[in-house]
Design a protein around this ligand. Structure first.
Ligand code: ARG
Length: 461
């Protein structure tokens, strides 16, 4: 049997393998609600502009609402023969309302139909990601407020660099996830245009009202070029790239949690709710959730490269290749939602070991820069010379297997005669941190200011 949608010029139906490679219903059924919304808006516009009768429109709307209930109730029979969600719904509409169903596809093609459905879906998902990001940022703000003065080592090259506070470290993630949030908002702004009415690729001779359907579907305005409307998947690529950058942030955080929760570091302890044990080693508490967040980032990044590669060789306008856009986006959405939720849970639940952080903050000559800064400030040494003097102090301390603050005044004066007992005040971790009051610095007062500012900003974001 030939196809009921285009059987006119076909003598036979497709080979089984053709059907298998062609069908997208197994994944694009996810778009059913968007497809029905799009069809309702389209049919209302067709009736309003006199292209179809009000009576036919009523039948169409009634049929579409019935189909929505059937799908939601699990009684709808999806058919692979009908290829995709668009044709599954239209075929069922014909069963339900007869010939009027055939008028729905006037001035429309599956090309603009799938473009509008997918945009609606991606826009909703962008909004879900925005809400999840706000939850994660809120969790970090709470932890930052609580630990604005908790000292820990700051690292470069994963080598102890200078003391910072855990609150400041949390606020670094607030900045990162807030940029992700703003990328989501920007992307929504750019994609907020309706391709419906571009028809197959060239527009239509029917007197349709694209502004009307755009508004009905909650888009800011219609797209301006019919060719671009059906061949553009930038919104999907932007979703995937926003997701990849966000996942990369989550993965770096996951890596820090993995490191921090080792017995060797012991900076944090994960709650029982967000860790697992070992079937053989009774002492183990493993950061599986963090490791999986780190690993799933590979999958998210892969989807971005996958769709970029699908799109890169396509001539305008629609090619069937573009059907491959959906699984990448659906899987990324599901994965990212899960990653964000798991990370928010971990951040809220983890226990901070202040004593271990403090001990580590005081080791590794973390206050060497403070000594150099003191030499500049109090003795007027050029920074490069102060750096050199401090290096010798570190070498001396190292030879005595002691911290800088454990050197005697004589030890220090043997390196530079100008040094006085006042220097010991800056060698203490707490003072080091408190002195870094420059805008955006790690001083607890500065961290608290940033927390306050972000709480206000987040309420409006
Ligand atoms: N299932 C198709 C997709 O997801 C719908 C559009 C089909 N259009 C076409 N001209 N074959 O891309």
């Amino acid at each position: 049997a030939s196809n009921q949608m285009w059987g006119g010029r076909f003598a036979s139906g497709p080979a089984a393998i053709m059907e298998a490679i062609n069908a997208s219903i197994d994944f694009d059924r996810k778009l059913y609600a968007q497809d029905i919304r799009g069809s309702l808006a389209h049919s209302e516009m067709l009736a309003q502009t006199g292209i179809i009768s009000a009576a036919d429109q009523e039948k169409i709307a009634h049929g579409l609402n019935t189909i929505a209930k059937e799908i939601e109730g699990g009684t709808f029979a999806f058919s692979k023969k009908l290829e995709d969600i668009h044709m599954n719904i239209e075929a069922r509409l014909a069963e339900l309302i007869g010939p009027a169903a055939g008028r729905l596809h006037t001035a429309r093609s599956r090309n603009d139909q799938v473009a509008v459905d997918f945009r609606l879906w991606v826009k909703d998902e962008f909004n879900r990601v925005a809400a999840a990001l706000k939850d994660l940022i809120a969790a970090f703000l709470d932890r930052a407020e609580e630990h604005a003065a908790t000292v820990m080592p700051g690292f470069t090259h994963l080598q102890t660099a200078q003391p910072v506070t855990f609150g400041h470290h949390c606020m670094a993630y607030v900045e990162m996830f807030a940029r992700d949030l703003s990328r989501v908002r920007d992307a929504i702004e750019r994609m907020d245009e309706s391709p419906l009415g571009a028809a197959a690729l060239a527009g239509t001779g029917f007197p349709i009202d694209r502004h009307r359907t755009a508004k009905a579907l909650g888009f800011r305005e219609p797209t301006r070029n019919s060719l671009d409307s059906v061949s553009d998947r930038d919104f999907a690529l932007e979703f995937l790239s926003v997701a990849a950058i966000c996942a990369t942030h989550l993965s770096r955080l996951a890596e820090e949690i993995v490191i921090w929760s080792t017995p060797q570091f012991g900076f944090v302890r994960l709650s029982d709710q967000f860790s697992t044990g070992s079937s053989i080693m009774p002492q183990k508490k493993n950061p599986d959730a963090a490791e999986l967040v780190r690993a799933k980032t590979g999958r998210v990044n892969g989807h971005l490269i996958g769709l970029l590669t699908v799109m890169k060789g396509l001539p305008l306008t629609y090619s069937k290749d573009m059907q491959e856009d959906k699984e990448a986006v659906f899987d990324t959405a599901e994965t990212l939602d899960l990653m964000l939720a798991a990370m928010t849970g971990m951040v809220r639940d983890l226990t901070v070991n202040e004593a271990a952080m403090k001990k580590a903050a005081g080791s590794g000559y973390a206050t060497a820069t403070d000594l150099a800064d003191w030499l500049v400030r109090e003795l007027g040494l050029p920074f490069r010379e102060a750096h050199h003097v401090t290096g010798r102090a570190v070498a001396l301390a190292e030879s005595k297997k002691a911290g800088l603050e454990k050197l005697s005044l004589e030890d220090l004066r043997s390196i530079h005669l100008g040094i006085t007992a006042d220097v010991f005040s800056v060698l203490a971790v707490k003072n080091s941190v408190a002195s870094r009051k420059s805008f955006g610095g790690t001083a607890p007062a500065e961290v608290k200011k940033q927390v306050r500012a972000w709480k206000k900003r987040l309420a409006k974001a």
